[in-house]
Each structure stands twice: as C-alpha cells, then as structure tokens.
Design a binder for this molecule. Structure first.
Ligand SMILES: *[C@@H]1O[C@H](CO)[C@@H](O)[C@H](O)[C@H]1NC(C)=O
Ligand SMILES: *[C@@H]1O[C@H](CO)[C@@H](O)[C@H](O)[C@H]1NC(C)=O
Ligand SMILES: *[C@@H]1O[C@H](CO)[C@@H](O)[C@H](O)[C@H]1NC(C)=O
Ligand SMILES: *[C@@H]1O[C@H](CO)[C@@H](O)[C@H](O)[C@H]1NC(C)=O
Ligand SMILES: *[C@@H]1O[C@H](CO)[C@@H](O)[C@H](O)[C@H]1NC(C)=O
Ligand SMILES: *[C@@H]1O[C@H](CO)[C@@H](O)[C@H](O)[C@H]1NC(C)=O
Ligand SMILES: *[C@@H]1O[C@H](CO)[C@@H](O)[C@H](O)[C@H]1NC(C)=O
Ligand SMILES: *[C@@H]1O[C@H](CO)[C@@H](O)[C@H](O)[C@H]1NC(C)=O
Length: 476
C-alpha cells in the first residue's frame, strides 16, 4: 500500500482526503428533511471477492441523496469443538475492505456491525454525508481509513470517536496533491473535529476548513497543507507543526503539547489569537514575526527566560499577553514595545527580580491600568510579594556592580545571595535589603509622582542615577 511505502517505519496509516464542495447548508438541511430510503445489502456475493484477508467490492450504486445502503449481512456462525455455537466474529478475523467503482452518497450503515474491518478503502465513492453513529459500533478494529476523493462537506463532531484504534490519519493522498484542484467553486469545509482518538499519532491534512479541532489525541506530528482559519490541537504531544499555508490562520491553540519550536509559523499575517500554554520546552518565538493583528498571546509555561521583545515589536494590537509560569527575572521597560492596546498582562509565577518587578508594575502595568493576576500567597516564600506578585531581591548579574555608586551595592557584592549557603546569612542580607528598599521606596514613589509631571522628569532620573537604582535599567 502506498502509505506504508511512504512511511515504512509506521506499520499502518490512515489516509483521508476530503474533497469538499461548496458549503452546503441547504443540501444538509434537505437531507434532514427528506425521508431516507433504507436499502438493504444482505449479501456481499454479487459484488465482492475475498482473497485471504482482503475483500474487494465493485459496482455498488447508492447515488440518491435519500438512499442509505444498510449492510445487513448474516453473521457467520460455526459449531465449536465442545458443541457450543459461537460467532466467528469472536475470533481474530479482521480484514481489509475495498470499495472500487462504487457510489455511496450516504456513508453505508451498519458496515462494521458484522464485518470486522481493520482497513477500509472508500476512495472516490462519492460520499457526501457521513455520520458519527456509523462508527459507533464495531469500528474499534479500524486502523486504516481511506476516504480521499469524496465530497464530504462536514465531518460532525466526534465522527470517528467509535474508531478508537485509528492509528494514523492522513487527509491527503499525496503530499502536494490537491483534491479540489478541478473544482471551480470555493471549497471550504466548515468544521472538522477529530478529537478524542487516542491512537491518532500523525495527522496529514489537505483540506480547506474554517475550524479544525483535533484535541486529546496522541498527535506527534501535524502537517497541514490546506488553508485553515481556526485550529485547536490542544492536549496532544505535538513536537512539530508543518504548516505551509498558514496565511489564513486566525486562531491557533496548541495548549498542552510538546512543542520545541514554532519556526514553521513564520507567515501568520492574520493571526489574532495564539495560545501555546503548557509547552515547557518551547523556548523562543520565531524571529522576524509579522503579526500585526495579534490580539492575544498566551506563553504561559513555555520555558521563556526572556521576554520575546523583538516578536512583541510587531504586535501593535496586542490586548492580552500571558507570560506567567515562566522563568523570567526582569524586563527592561524601556525596551518594552509600545503596546497601546494592552489591557491584560499576566506575569505571575515567574522568577522576578524585585527591582525589575517594581519597574514593570509601576511603569508598565499600574501606570496604564493594565489588569494582571497575582501569585498564590506562600508564607514560606523567601522573597517578597509586590502587589501580590512574588519576587526576590537580586542585583543584575550581567552588569558589574559599581562599588562607588552606593554602600548598599558594596555590601551586597561582598556577600551575594546566590553563593551563600547559610540561610541565616541570607536572612540577614534580606533584612538589610528590605531596610534599604523601604528607605528608597519613598523616593521611588516620589519619582513616579514627578514622572507624572513632565517638566520634572529629567531631574528625577538624575537623582536616581546616583543611587542604587542605577543598577536597574530604568528609562521611559
Ligand atoms: C463501474 O460501474 C459501472 C456501473 O455501476 C459500470 O458501467 C462500469 O463499467 C464500471 N467501471 C469499471 C472500471 O469497473
Ligand atoms: C448510521 O447513521 C445513520 C444516520 O445518523 C443512522 O440512522 C444509523 O442508525 C447509523 N447506523 C449505525 C449502525 O451506526
Ligand atoms: C480524552 O480521550 C479519552 C479517550 O481516549 C477519553 O476517555 C477522555 O475523557 C478524553 N478527555 C477529555 C478531557 O475529553
Ligand atoms: C484551498 O483553497 C485554495 C484557494 O481557494 C485553492 O487554491 C486550493 O486548491 C484549495 N485546497 C484544497 C485542498 O481544497
Ligand atoms: C470556530 O473557531 C472559532 C475560534 O476559535 C470559535 O469562536 C467558533 O465558535 C468555532 N466554531 C465552531 C462551529 O466551533
Ligand atoms: C495534557 O494532555 C494529555 C493528553 O495528551 C492529557 O492526558 C493531560 O490531562 C493534559 N493535561 C492538562 C493539564 O490538560
Ligand atoms: C531559571 O533560570 C535560572 C537561571 O537564569 C536557573 O538557574 C533556574 O534553574 C531556572 N529555573 C527553572 C525552574 O527553570
Ligand atoms: C544616567 O547615567 C547614565 C550613565 O551612567 C547616563 O548615560 C544617563 O544619561 C543618565 N540619565 C539621566 C536621566 O541623567
């Protein structure tokens, strides 16, 4: 089989190519309203041949929209040696079922009821309507399903839920092949939901769809070739996302995966909403991102050690930014881009340096009335809470400490927190720092009062430049 050849290391795969026709609400409604005609198929003999485990069928014709083929095959039984009767289906009997040159406008009913099918090939069968109920009984043996070159318009939620052993899902027949090439109309599937298929590891899709939802599977790799507007792949194990036609993306949710990078998403000009929370190994965002329409960026628990300032520069419309649950220690407010639309900035659950946190809170967050969330209070936390957000006092590591600037920095330099293993020493040091900070707090408040008065701004900085606060990068 082609797919096995293309991926020999995977023992099997599922290949589906969905050939959508113009969104057909009227058609779907018509289908609901039209009384359907059940046509029984009570034997495979006329149309099918079995060789080994492969059954090939030809010439089934159920083209009418109201016509529903229903497989009603007699269950084969045989007498066991001890005289009890049992169904053959109890034995390992799964087979490959191939329909060639057949037409089933409605996916056939009860197909899996008496036949144990592990591989079903229904390519080019003119299928337009498919129902989740039809996979609810007996489809659990199904490992490979080929539905390319059909005319499926909608895959309702949970369509394949009963097919819990689907291993791989490929929604295009060959890389680069467009199933809709010859169609002149605008082809767009409304809604595809393949969620809750625990064996689904690989997803290769070639569809144009408005919403694609594949949550709570075991996806490791996802290749999306068509253009999709809203994608939710949460609760998988996606490490790589290959998405060459990402220009149409508006919502992308990849929560709780194993992403290590997003490099393939360099072209997302329409992206408005990106949620990659709980991808602890993600690290940096792609460079040179152009995301002028991004309104919401969730980077919670994504292993950030620095704010992606460069990426943020191109996000003039950002309203919500969540960088909580990372390992951020400081932000230089002067380097922070002008985000005039920002209304929510979640920064809790980080490793803030109190010096920097004060800056962020006073210059960025509180000064602009931006909403934020606080840390859970832990009485044993060795640091402080500043407006509810945990922080520790640390002098910046990179910049050398200018001993002439103040006696405080000199005392810190002589016994840095990080190298001190004696907790009493640390406590003492912290008390010292607290005292110092209290002392400067009044000055700090004063400074911001002055900041409000534009004419005294420069003067305030001059004063600050002479203090310990010179260690903190501070500019407006
Ligand atoms: C396909 O089926 C139709 C009728 O159902 C028949 O006329 C035609 O010859 C078949 N084609 C092939 C290639 O089997
Ligand atoms: C297949 O789906 C159709 C349409 O929803 C439903 O009427 C029928 O009962 C289903 N049959 C089976 C066996 O799943
Ligand atoms: C995830 O899928 C499994 C079946 O694989 C199901 O039992 C579980 O309820 C699903 N979880 C959620 C949150 O839907
Ligand atoms: C998706 O839509 C684009 C533009 O409308 C079209 O060129 C492309 O062939 C379509 N792809 C598929 C898989 O339908
Ligand atoms: C499609 O996705 C968008 C954005 O996530 C969502 O607002 C909308 O409700 C979804 N539509 C359906 C039918 O689920
Ligand atoms: C993350 O996804 C896995 C499935 O891949 C699921 O079992 C787990 O509960 C999810 N975790 C959270 C916090 O939702
Ligand atoms: C956070 O980063 C510091 C270095 O900047 C490192 O020592 C520490 O282990 C990190 N913590 C976590 C939880 O990653
Ligand atoms: C603060 O000092 C730095 C050099 O130490 C200087 O470049 C800067 O202009 C000073 N800032 C103000 C507001 O005086």
């Amino acid at each position: 089989m082609y797919v096995r050849n293309c991926l020999p290391f995977l023992w099997s795969c599922l290949l589906i190519s969905l050939r959508a026709t113009a969104s057909g609400d009227e058609d779907a409604d018509a289908d609901v309203d039209t009384p359907s005609r059940i046509v029984l198929v009570s034997s495979l003999e006329d149309h099918c041949q079995t060789e080994g485990k492969v059954t090939s069928c030809r010439g089934f014709e159920f083209a009418g929209e109201d016509e529903k083929a229903t497989f009603d095959l007699p269950t084969e039984v045989r007498i066991a040696e001890d005289g009890t009767t049992y169904e053959v289906g109890d034995e390992e009997h799964s087979r490959t079922l191939i329909f060639e040159n057949c037409t089933f406008t409605n996916f056939p009913l009860r197909l899996f009821y008496t036949l144990e099918v592990s591989e079903l090939d229904m390519r080019g069968c003119g299928i337009r309507f498919i129902y989740w109920e039809n996979f609810s009984i007996g489809a659990d043996k199904l490992v490979i399903l080929l539905l390319s070159d059909n005319q499926i318009e909608v895959l309702p939620t949970k369509t394949f839920r009963g097919a819990g052993n689907l291993e791989f899902l490929f929604l295009n027949r060959e890389v680069g092949e467009y199933a809709f090439r010859s169609q002149g109309r605008h082809h767009q599937m409304q809604y595809v939901d393949l969620s809750h298929n625990p064996e689904l590891v690989v997803l290769l899709l070639n569809i144009n769809a408005t919403n694609l939802t594949v949550r709570n599977c075991s996806l490791d790799r996802v290749n999306l070739y068509g253009s999709v507007t809203n994608v939710d792949l949460s609760d998988n194990r996606v490490r790589e996302l290959y998405f060459p036609a990402s220009e149409a993306l508006e919502h992308l949710v990849l929560r709780n995966n194993s992403l290590i990078q997003l490099a393939s998403l360099s072209r997302v000009p329409r992206l408005r909403h990106l949620d990659v929370a709980d991808n602890p190994r993600l690290g940096q965002l792609p460079e040179g991102w152009r995301t002028p329409h991004l309104e919401m960026l969730v980077l919670r628990n994504t292993g950030q050690v620095e704010l992606p300032l460069e990426a943020l520069q191109g996000m003039q419309n950002l309203q919500k930014l969540d960088i909580s649950g990372n390992n951020l220690t400081e932000i230089d407010p002067s380097a922070f881009p002008t985000l005039t639309q920002l209304t929510h900035f979640y920064i809790h659950g980080n490793n803030w340096n109190c010096f920097s946190l004060r800056n962020i809170m006073d210059v960025l967050i509180r000064a602009n009335g931006i909403a934020y969330t606080v840390d859970n209070y832990d009485p044993d936390f060795p640091g402080e809470y500043f407006h509810g957000i945990a922080c520790m006092y640390r002098l910046p590591e990179k910049e050398g400490v200018d001993s002439s600037s103040s006696e405080i920095s000199a005392s810190v330099e002589s016994s840095p927190i990080t190298s001190n293993s004696d907790s009493r020493e640390v406590d003492k040091l912290r008390e010292e720092l607290r005292a110092v900070v209290k002392h400067f707090e009044s000055k700090f408040d004063l400074m911001f009062n002055k900041l409000a008065q534009m004419n005294e701004q420069i003067q305030a900085f001059e004063v600050l430049n002479k203090t310990v606060w010179s260690q903190v990068t501070l500019s407006v």
